[in-house]
Write a protein that binds this ligand. Structure first.
Ligand code: AKG
Ligand code: MN
Length: 208
């Protein structure tokens, strides 16, 4: 894979703006938009449960259950095109992904606020492979303690951004709203979550 490291102190970021060939990215966007059972996830914001301003779907192996923002998700089965993509990413990155969070940003009003992908079941130094399709949107990273340490990145159709190492520990990221007229965008974040009975589950649920 022709991934270029991005300079950001305390983070491990690698980026290929043209990872998928155009025709393949077009076909994947159309298939996912049509076939994924998109739903509104509930997230916790300042202690309140609200609708997440985007459509999402948690997809993965049967034991890849996931909790984020106070909600719990049972994985949907892999559509063939995502199973194939997972295989390519796993081989190229040497990472063993068992799940993917798919997000559909219908237009510039859909967004994702500041957060880290730091749920305990992802482990201390997760490798997260983020594939973007459709409209180009701006992705921001900001250091937790030194907010001037930041990066803004345009994520175009067919791009791949890999976040690894201490990126989630030191940085938050966001996909802000925009008033620019933008079309739909799909983002896929491939992850490995500890399966039920794994380390993270044992730590979180003391035995009765
Ligand atoms: O849409 C993106 O590029 C990022 C989404 C994200 O950070 C997430 O779903 O955890
Ligand atoms: Mn994230």
């Amino acid at each position: 894979m022709a991934l270029t490291p991005l300079p950001l102190e305390g983070a491990d970021l690698r980026f290929d703006p043209h990872w998928l060939p155009r025709a393949e990215a077009d076909a994947l966007f159309a298939a996912l938009r049509r076939d994924v059972p998109w739903e509104v996830h509930r997230i916790r914001l300042f202690g309140r449960e609200v609708d997440s301003p985007r459509l999402s779907c948690w997809i993965g192996d049967p034991d890849a259950r996931y909790r984020y923002s106070g909600a719990r998700f049972e994985p949907r089965p892999w559509p063939p095109e995502l199973r194939a993509l997972r295989g390519r990413l796993a081989a190229g990155l040497g990472a063993d992904f068992n799940s993917v969070l798919a997000n559909l940003y219908r237009d510039g009003r859909d967004a994702m606020g500041w957060h880290s992908d730091d749920e305990p079941e992802l482990g201390p130094a997760p490798v997260i492979a983020s594939v973007s399709l459709g409209a180009t949107r701006r992705f921001l990273l900001r250091h937790r303690e030194h907010p001037r340490q930041r990066l803004a990145l345009e994520l175009p159709h067919g791009s791949l951004l890999v976040m690894a190492g201490t990126t989630q520990r030191h940085y938050k990221h966001a996909l802000p709203r925009t008033v620019r007229p933008v079309g739909a965008r799909i983002n896929l974040t491939f992850r490995r979550v500890a399966s039920r009975g794994g380390e993270a589950d044992r730590v979180r649920s003391p035995s009765p």
